[in-house]
Design a protein around this ligand. Structure first.
Ligand SMILES: C[S@@+](CC[C@H](N)C(=O)[O-])C[C@H]1O[C@@H](n2cnc3c(N)ncnc32)[C@H](O)[C@@H]1O
Length: 202
């Protein structure tokens, strides 16, 4: 288990991560921010061995949950970054190095006084725009209607992004080979429906 943690987890990242050195190849790079218990990254990376994946997760307990779903033999294309993501993303990844971004059920911080803690803010979107290849997609979902509206507003306000859907908020997944995350399953058991959004780096 210790060996697996050493293989998969990057702690205390200082400076730019070089995916070529990390994975030993030049495959495309997809990232997930807030990987939670790892349902999505573990299954999606297995279905797409042609892609490299970096999962960003702030909580150590969640990192340990994700590690239970990964093995070095089946997931050589996955690494986890133990960090609280914000605009620091632009100092962790190189400009125009990421082909796709997944953000599923980011913490909604529903109280007005906590809105400043929401991940989707202009500083974060500017950093995200820097690391993304032009034309790359951001797949994002939330069950919180107020946060969904906020997310659309912030993305459309930002000069580097546009919606890739006619209806900004959809009730069907934006991803063809959609995998319900742990949180999505939990909420749909309670009858709560997700909102799916898809944005494109201009
Ligand atoms: C509501 S859970 C959703 C987890 C997972 N995406 C899912 O759908 O099951 C939010 C997750 O994002 C992590 N998280 C929240 N803010 C983060 C940030 N700024 N950087 C990295 N991880 C974050 C939390 O620790 C938690 O695991």
């Amino acid at each position: 288990m210790i060996e697996d943690r050493d293989f998969f987890v990057l702690d205390n990242v200082q400076g730019i991560i070089d995916p070529h050195l990390l994975f030993g190849n030049d495959k495309q790079l997809y990232i997930e921010i807030g990987s939670g218990k790892g349902e999505f990254i573990s299954q999606y990376a297995l279905m797409h061995p042609e892609i490299n994946f970096l999962g960003f997760e702030a909580r150590e307990k969640r990192i340990r949950n994700i590690l239970k779903k990964l093995s070095t033999s089946t997931h050589p294309n996955v690494r986890l970054v133990h960090i609280l993501v914000n605009s620091n993303l632009a100092s962790i990844l190189s400009p125009e190095s990421v082909q796709r971004v997944f953000i599923q059920y980011p913490d909604p911080w529903p109280k007005k006084r906590h809105h400043k803690r929401r991940l989707i803010q202009q500083d974060f979107l500017n950093a995200l725009a820097t690391i993304m290849v032009p034309g790359a997609e951001v797949h994002i979902s939330t069950d919180d209607q107020d946060y969904a509206n906020w997310i659309v507003e912030e993305f459309l306000k930002n000069p580097y992004f546009t919606s890739a859907q006619d209806e900004f908020i959809q009730k069907i997944p934006s991803l063809e080979d959609h995998i319900p995350s742990w949180y999505e399953k939990k909420q749909s058991h309670k009858g709560i429906t997700p909102n799916y959004m898809l944005f494109k780096r201009i």
